[in-house]
Design a protein around this ligand. Structure first.
Ligand SMILES: Cc1cc2nc3c(=O)[nH]c(=O)nc-3n(C[C@H](O)[C@H](O)[C@H](O)COP(=O)(O)OP(=O)(O)OC[C@H]3O[C@@H](n4cnc5c(N)ncnc54)[C@H](O)[C@@H]3O)c2cc1C
Length: 355
């Protein structure tokens, strides 16, 4: 059987794109191994509420039992903790997500719509005259149109050798541990080596993350006590993470901004982090996964029905998002005046104004 569309990756962007395509009448297959265990990327701003409503996914969000995200406390441009209260936000407060659970609820919504899921890894992608052949341990699948929702890994980018822009490298080194605090706000703190945040997670745990450069991250991963010492030495964050035991081993992942030079081509399109990934400082990744799923699915439907006029619209929308993001993230980094000689901060004062 040849599918109209095949989506690679069963994360946020993949599950929502597959569901949208199926709802628009395209026979769609989703191929990807759902996440197990802890996954960072857990704060969703209230600005996502109208988007989730348009996608008819507010109930799926509620089923994932998120905590309300009422605001942030940031020690960024000074030693003081400055509050930002989301109660004033016209869209209301945001959410702290149990991310694997949230993704599982989106996947369930896709499957309830009728999208079949093959829970396996994509190993091969080949193109032929009629479309795509996708190889997995569970067999080969064929489709006219391919959507890459495989996150930063970028299955299709690697396979087709697609060009990508990478901003200043940034690595997130993280662990989760017990939450002993009643205050549900996210705390963010700049230090000489980079910046930390900690946020509560549903289920009585919290995450703590240091965003730093590659060399320091590699030191920390090899001597984990240094990460715990760094956390203990923070001015504010250490109070939230006061439990000495019960922390998971450290993990590290790339977290710098990246963008495909073009997120779509003949017979393919990328969504979520596979198309456009952000520095977590922007807290924009999950929103973007939802937004590109909505817009990307519309672009696929248009292309499959022979509407060539709309072909560039999706690329133009993503280009606009990236320009706005670059302006904002550069402003954030430049507004942090301390440690002018520290390599982490020196590098980030010269972020590009837009590409
Ligand atoms: C430390 C950190 C903190 C963050 N904090 C936030 C935050 O607070 N708020 C926010 O909005 N964003 C945050 N983000 C970003 C956010 O997590 C991502 O933008 C979001 O996960 C992107 O969703 P996605 O579906 O595009 O990709 P992913 O969630 O990465 O999903 C991709 C899926 O593809 C699968 N896949 C990969 N390769 C294959 C293959 N070969 N075959 C089949 N499947 C494959 C993966 O297993 C995965 O399930 C953070 C990121 C980091 C690193």
């Amino acid at each position: 059987m040849r599918f109209d569309a095949l989506v690679i990756g069963a994360g946020t962007a993949g599950a929502v794109t597959a569901r949208q395509l199926h709802r628009a009448g395209l026979c769609t297959l989703l191929v990807g191994r759902p996440a197990t265990g802890f996954k960072p990327g857990e704060s969703l701003p209230g600005a996502a509420r109208p988007l989730l409503r348009d996608l008819d996914l507010l109930t799926a969000l509620e089923h994932s039992a998120p905590l309300p995200h009422l605001g942030n406390l940031a020690s960024w441009d000074s030693d003081d903790l400055i509050p930002t209260d989301f109660i004033q936000d016209p869209n209301g407060p945001g959410w702290h997500l149990d991310r694997p659970r949230f993704d599982a609820c989106l996947l369930e919504a896709a499957r309830n719509t009728g999208v079949p899921l093959v829970a396996t890894e994509v190993k091969q992608v080949e193109r032929d005259a009629e479309g795509w052949r996708v190889g997995t341990d569970a067999g080969e699948f064929t489709a006219r149109f391919l959507v890459d929702a495989s996150g930063r890994h970028g299955v299709l980018r690697r396979r087709l050798g697609l060009a990508r822009v990478c901003d200043t490298p940034l690595v997130a080194v993280y662990a989760s541990g017990p939450d002993t605090q009643a205050d549900r706000r996210t705390v963010l703190e700049a230090t000489a080596e980079g910046w930390w945040y900690s946020a509560p997670l549903p289920g009585g745990r919290r995450v703590a993350v240091l965003h730093t450069d590659s060399a320091h991250a590699s030191q920390l991963v090899h001597a984990q006590r240094l990460w715990h010492q760094g956390l203990a030495a923070t001015r504010h964050l250490h109070r939230l993470c006061d439990s000495a035991s019960g922390w998971t081993p450290l993990s590290a992942t790339g977290a710098g901004g990246t963008a495909l030079r073009t997120p779509q081509g003949q017979g393919w399109l990328a969504v979520g982090d596979a198309a456009l990934a952000f520095d977590p400082l922007s807290s924009q990744g999950i929103f973007n996964a939802l937004y590109t799923a909505l817009r990307g699915a519309q672009a696929v439907v248009a292309q499959c029905s022979g509407d060539t006029a709309s072909a560039g619209a999706y690329s133009a929308q993503l280009q606009q998002v990236r320009q706005q993001y670059l302006l904002r993230v550069r402003h954030y980094y430049q507004s942090q005046p301390r440690w002018p000689q520290a390599p982490f901060w020196r590098l980030r004062r010269d972020l590009p104004s837009g590409r």
